[in-house]
Each structure stands twice: as C-alpha cells, then as structure tokens.
Ligand binder design. Structure first.
Ligand SMILES: *Cc1c(COP(=O)(O)O)cnc(C)c1O
Length: 286
C-alpha cells in the first residue's frame, strides 16, 4: 500500500488544480475509503473476527471493506436489497470483485435494514464490528486527520481543498482537521439539506470552513448523465482518471462556482468505472 500519495497537477479550462492522488494507494482499498477505514486497517488482526456492513450492490465502500477483510482474514458479511440474476452472474464490477475477495452476501428487504442492523449492534460480541452504509463512522476521523497532516506538510499554495460527498463523512472530518483552509464539497446523494443532516449525525455542528456547493441542476445518484461522461473524459485527457459517480459533479461545481487555488482530494472509486462505462455505452453508444 502506498503511503502519503503524491500530488499531481492538471489544467482544466485554463485553471491549474492540484490533485492529492489517494486513488493510487491500492487497487481496491484506495481513495477516501482507505482514509475512512484507516483505524481498522491499523487494528491488529486478533482484535476482530467479523465485519458487518450494508448498502448498495456496487458500493465502493463494500469493495474496500472486502479487501481489508481479506488482508486481515476477517469474515465480511454484507447486506443488500435483493439482487437480480444478471447482477449475480456478472464477471465485472465491484460486487463481483468483492465476492472474489471472500465477501459473504446476504439479501434483505430494504425496509428491514435499519431494524436488522440495529439488532446486530445490540447482540454484538467484541469481535464483531458494524460499519454503517458508506463507512459513515466516527472512527473515520483518525484517517482523515492523517490526510490533513499530509496536506499541511506539503506546504502548498492553496486556498481550498475539495472532495465530493456521499455521506459527507470525508468532507466533514477533513474540514474539522483543516480549520485554516476552505473545504468545498458537493452533495452527490440527495441535496444539501440531506447532506447536512447526515453530517450532523456525526458531529454536533458543521465547521465554518466547510462549504457545500449545490449543483445548478439536480442529479440522481448513479444515474447516467452525458455531461458527467464529458467531464470524465475532460479530466482524463487532462491526465487523471476520476470516478463517474461523484467526481463529475464536484468538478462541475468547482469550475462553475469557484475561482480559488484548489487541491482536489481524489476520492478513489475508479474500480467502479468499468461497469459505469458499460452502462453509458449501452445507453449512448460511446
Ligand atoms: C464513497 C465515495 C465518496 C463519498 O464519501 P463520503 O465520505 O461518504 O462523503 C466520494 N467519492 C467516491 C469515489 C467514493 O467512493
């Protein structure tokens, strides 16, 4: 695993952006999932036996946890809503790779999630650890302060750091660890109000330096948008491959709504591009 990944430079629309290359940390356990799972990565094997989590079937968090459990020889139980047969038989994508890494998958009706996971927490023995959907866990704070230290040590000429949000765990803890820099984020799952709600479940108040940029248009998570594919191609041509679910919206907001000198923290997720690109190809033929 690559420690303290390098910082690259790209030019987009004539502006220079710095990129913290967290995507290069590891093929499966990279990006913000590496940062969020940092304290578990540093937990001695013997301390745990089983990890339980739940969420989407192509989730990047799922794949990262599967890679972690494989390394640690921990059992990984993952709950999702019922899957169709096509999905189960696919030989690509995060679900396939996570299964290859030993993940044990269980299907659960969606409305049962909350109660079920709650009951798992209550009946836990010490060797079982439950990670909320997307890795929204207060234990993520440690790994994000390590990232903040790496950023500060690089002594960059920047005004702001940027990273896209799902649960907001990454952006929140990064903002708390970098009080003297602006931290830009954008909601990729739901709107700003929902994002704030999720962040407030992790921390009692939102730091002043955390700035949520609302996209000008409404996008639904994991849907296909030609403008997202265009942004993906544009950043790829500029020299760095980003994911197709979160990054396009963040880049769009940064280009349209800011003019600061920005360090973009690559949040990883490029392993999901294979299946996303297939979907774009099927729908739009390119
Ligand atoms: C999980 C993920 C995010 C969202 O991170 P949160 O901490 O949940 O806000 C952003 N980008 C990528 C590529 C991800 O996989």
């Amino acid at each position: 695993m690559l420690k303290n990944p390098p910082i690259s430079k790209i030019i987009l629309e004539g502006r220079e952006f710095l990129i913290k290359r967290d995507d290069l940390i590891d093929p499966h356990l990279a990006g913000n999932k590496y940062r969020k799972l940092y304290s578990l990565i540093n937990t001695p094997k013997e301390h745990l036996q089983t990890i339980i989590s739940y969420g989407g079937t192509q989730s990047n968090a799922m794949l990262a946890i599967a890679a972690l459990c494989k390394q640690k020889e921990w059992e990984f139980l993952y709950y999702t809503k019922p899957l169709n047969a096509i999905m189960k038989s696919q030989k690509s994508g995060n679900f396939y790779h996570a299964t290859e890494l030993g993940m044990k998958h269980h299907e659960l009706e969606e409305n049962l999630y909350r109660d079920f996971i709650g009951s798992q927490r209550l009946s836990l023995d010490e060797k079982v650890y439950v990670i909320d959907q997307g890795g929204a866990d207060s234990s993520a704070r440690e790994g994000l302060s390590v990232l903040a230290d790496e950023i500060l040590e690089a002594k960059l000429q920047i005004d702001a750091v940027a990273t896209p949000s799902g649960t907001g765990t990454t952006a929140l803890f990064l903002a708390l660890a970098l009080p003297n820099l602006k931290v830009y984020t954008t909601p990729c799952v739901g709107n700003s109000a929902y994002l704030k709600e999720q962040m407030l479940a992790l921390h009692s108040e939102l730091p002043q330096n955390l700035i949520i940029l609302e996209p000008k248009k409404k996008y639904h998570f994991a849907k296909l948008y030609p403008v997202f594919l265009e942004m993906y191609k544009k950043t790829k041509e500029a020299g760095v491959v980003f994911d197709l679910l979160y990054a396009p919206s963040m880049w769009q907001a940064l280009l349209e709504q800011t003019d600061d000198r920005i360090l973009y923290v690559h949040s990883g997720g490029v392993s999901g591009n294979e299946s996303m690109l297939e979907r774009y190809k099927k729908k739009y033929g390119s």
